[in-house]
Design a protein around this ligand. Structure first.
Ligand SMILES: O=C(O)CCC(=O)C(=O)O
Ligand SMILES: [Fe+2]
Length: 294
């Protein structure tokens, strides 16, 4: 068994679980070096200077453009909100990128090895018993420049019916209170319905589709705001893995330090749940979602 019964109970009670040192140091070093090499390889000439935000502030017009929408089977670069002015970068490119995504786990051998070709990962998934036959999608390196990642739950983005998203978030560097470690509202997965989903809009671009009445959405938002003092900060060491239930509320604050905070994250969903055409990220004939337990 990769995790103990009490860890499994903790995951079901809190909606997340930190597994210390899950990824061995050598693999962490490889992923970090690979992330930095990808940033070096990043060619501004091919880039439409797309910006990307997460959470409620995600309504800016750039998010839905083709560079983003066609990135599900590619390795692409998403920039900080304020890294671009007048079509030019305002800082060196390795400090301008906040995410690299979304098919690292398929296309890059180092990320593939940790995600899809990893017996420890399979053992963990089996012993957690969260999914029957999971597939992986939407991998990202989050470099965590000074941006805030607003409070959210992930099933908004990896929406299935019934909800089945499970996040895997691996610290590649030390994560502290000052460089934007994640924090969680324990147990919120049990009380927080998925109030909306992030979709491709029929007329082009992306937006949020409500899943509950406005009244209920407002109640849920007010409840989570009232609980904002109850968030638990989870500092991490490189190699720590955090399992994130698709309904648990979590966020990260601004990185106010002079240190980066690289993390690698991907998601799993249940292959038997309905994953429909409204989701922005779609499997393709040449890149279907890979099964984990093969
Ligand atoms: O790394 C972050 O700051 C946010 C990550 C997150 O929300 C996620 O991986 O689901
Ligand atoms: Fe998240």
């Amino acid at each position: 068994m990769m995790i103990t019964t009490s860890q499994k109970e903790q995951f079901h009670r809190d909606g997340y679980l930190v597994l210390r040192g899950f990824v061995p140091p050598g693999d962490v070093e490889t992923l970090l070096a690979r992330s930095k090499a990808l940033l070096q390889d990043f060619k501004l000439e091919d880039h439409p200077l797309t910006r990307f935000t997460t959470g409620d502030e995600g309504g800016n017009g750039h998010i839905g453009d083709a560079y983003f929408l066609e990135s599900g089977d590619k390795i692409r670069y998403f920039l900080e909100e304020d890294a671009v002015a007048d079509g030019q970068l305002t800082r060196p490119k390795n400090m301008a990128v906040n995410k690299i995504g979304h098919a690292l786990h398929e296309l890059d051998p180092a990320f593939r090895k940790v995600t899809l070709e990893n017996d420890r990962m399979r053992d963990l998934v089996r012993s957690l018993q969260f999914h029957r036959d999971p597939v992986a999608l939407q991998s990202m390196v989050i470099t965590k420049q000074p941006q805030i990642v607003g409070e959210h739950n992930d099933s908004i983005n990896q929406y299935t019916d019934p909800p089945s998203a499970l996040g895997f978030w691996i610290a590649l560097e030390k994560c502290t209170a000052s460089n934007g470690a994640l924090s969680f509202l324990p147990g919120s997965h049990l009380t927080t319905p998925i109030t909306k989903r992030f979709v491709r809009l029929p007329g082009g671009g992306t937006g949020f589709e409500p899943l509950v009445s406005q009244e209920l959405a407002a109640q849920v938002a007010a409840r989570s705001k009232a609980a904002s003092d109850s968030y638990v900060l989870e500092t991490c060491e490189p190699g720590d893995l955090v399992l994130i239930h698709g309904s648990v509320l979590h966020k990260s604050e601004r990185n106010t330090s002079d240190k980066t905070r690289f993390a690698y994250t991907f998601h799993m969903i249940e292959s038997g749940a309905t994953y429909d055409g409204k989701n922005w990220l779609q499997p393709t004939p040449t890149m279907p979602f890979s099964r984990i337990l093969v």
